[in-house]
Design a binder for this molecule. Structure first.
Ligand code: AHR
Length: 327
C-alpha cells in the first residue's frame, strides 16, 4: 500500500516538474521574441519627467512584447553617452534617447548607426550635422510654446508701458529652454516696455527655481512677471514670492507664467497662483511604440512628429479640466 502511494506521489511530482519545465521553456521562448529597447532618460528633475518615464515604462512591458532597459542619466550628458554605448554593446533592437541638450551627439549616434541600431529621439531634439544619424523624432514644439506664452502676455498687458520680467530658464542648451527662451526674447524685441530684469537657469527643478527666485527678490523689488520655463520652477518661484511677503498669481503682485501643465501645475492654475500654463505633453510612450511598430513592419515613419498641445488661463480654468488630466 505504502509503495503504491509513494509511486503515485512520485508520478505526480514528475508530472509537475515536466509542466514547470515546459512553462519555463515557453517563457524563455517568449522572452527571446521580446523587442529590446534601451531607453536613456535625462533624469527625474520634474513632474513632467516622472510622467514621461511612467509612460515609457507602462508602454514597454514584457506583456506588450518588449524588454525595456532603462537608464537614468541624472541630468548628465556624459551618462547618456555611456548608456548609449552600453546599449550598442548589448545589441538592443532600438535605442530611445531623451537628450538633455541638443549638441554633442554626432559621434555616439554614428556608432549606433554603424551598429545598425535605429535611434528614436524623444521629447527634446538633437542638433547633428547629418540628420540620418537618427531614425525619427517625436516631441513638442518648444518654440511654439514660447510664442504662445508671449502672445498671451501681449494680449494681457496690452497698453502697459512697463513690464519687468524675471526669466527662469530651464537646462541651458535643451530644446525646451531654447524654444521657450526664444519665444520670450522675441516678445521683448516686439514690445518696447518689456524688460528682462533677471535671467537665470533653475535647471527645471523646484529647489533651484526657489533658490534663484529668492536671490533675485533680494536684488529686485519691481517685478511684474515671472516667466518660468516649467511647472516645478514656477512652484519654487511662488514659494519664494510668498516667503518674501508678496502675492503671486491672479490679482496678486506678480503674474506667473509656466510650462508643462502637469496635474500639479494645473492645480496651481486652478488655485490662481499660476496665471497662464502652456502645455507640454509627456505621454510619449504610446507614440514611440507606434514608431517602433512602423519600423518593425518595414515602414518609414515621419522624420519629425510634433504633438498637439494647448494652454490654460487661470481665469477660465475649471475643475473638470484638472480632473481629466492624466499626468
Ligand atoms: O523637455 C521637456 C521639459 O523637460 C519639461 O518642460 C520639463 O519639465 C522637463 O524637465
Amino acid at each position: 500500500m505504502f509503495k503504491k502511494v509513494s509511486k503515485v506521489w512520485f508520478t505526480l511530482a514528475m508530472l509537475t516538474c515536466m509542466v514547470l519545465m515546459g512553462a519555463a521553456t515557453l517563457s524563455a521562448a517568449a522572452k527571446s521574441k521580446l523587442i529590446t529597447i534601451g531607453f536613456s532618460q535625462v533624469g527625474a528633475e520634474s513632474d513632467w519627467r516622472t510622467a514621461n518615464t511612467k509612460s515609457m515604462r507602462d508602454t514597454f512591458t514584457e506583456a506588450n512584447g518588449y524588454k525595456l532597459i532603462f537608464d537614468d542619466a541624472q541630468q548628465k550628458q556624459d551618462n547618456q553617452i555611456t548608456a548609449l554605448r552600453n546599449f550598442i554593446q548589448q545589441e538592443v533592437d532600438y535605442i530611445v534617447l531623451a537628450p538633455i541638450g541638443e549638441t554633442g551627439w554626432d559621434t555616439v549616434l554614428q556608432e549606433a548607426k554603424d551598429a545598425g541600431i535605429p535611434v528614436i529621439i524623444m521629447d527634446r531634439m538633437v542638433n547633428v550635422a547629418d540628420e540620418s544619424l537618427y531614425t525619427c523624432w517625436v516631441g513638442t514644439n518648444s518654440r511654439g510654446e514660447g510664442d504662445t506664452a508671449a502672445a498671451w502676455m501681449e494680449k494681457t498687458f496690452a497698453g502697459k508701458d512697463k513690464l519687468n520680467i524675471v526669466h527662469l530658464q530651464g537646462t541651458i542648451g535643451s530644446t525646451a529652454q531654447i524654444g521657450r527662451t526664444a519665444g520670450l526674447e522675441d516678445g521683448v524685441k516686439r514690445n518696447k516696455g518689456w524688460k528682462i530684469v533677471a535671467q537665470q537657469t533653475g535647471e527645471f527643478t523646484q529647489a533651484k527655481g526657489q533658490e534663484v527666485m529668492e536671490s533675485i527678490l533680494k536684488q529686485q523689488s519691481d517685478i511684474d512677471v515671472v516667466y518660468a520655463e516649467n511647472d516645478n520652477m514656477a512652484f519654487g518661484a511662488i514659494d519664494a514670492i510668498e516667503a518674501a511677503g508678496k502675492k503671486a498669481g491672479v490679482g496678486g503682485d506678480i503674474t506667473v507664467i509656466s510650462f508643462d501643465a502637469t496635474h500639479a501645475g494645473l492645480q496651481m492654475t486652478l488655485d490662481k497662483k499660476i496665471n497662464y500654463n502652456v502645455e507640454c505633453n509627456p505621454l510619449h510612450g504610446p507614440r514611440v511604440e507606434v514608431l517602433i511598430k512602423q519600423l518593425e513592419a518595414g515602414q518609414t515613419p515621419e522624420k519629425k512628429a510634433y504633438v498637439e498641445e494647448g494652454a490654460f488661463d487661470a481665469t477660465t480654468m475649471t475643475q473638470a479640466i484638472l480632473d481629466a488630466r492624466a499626468y
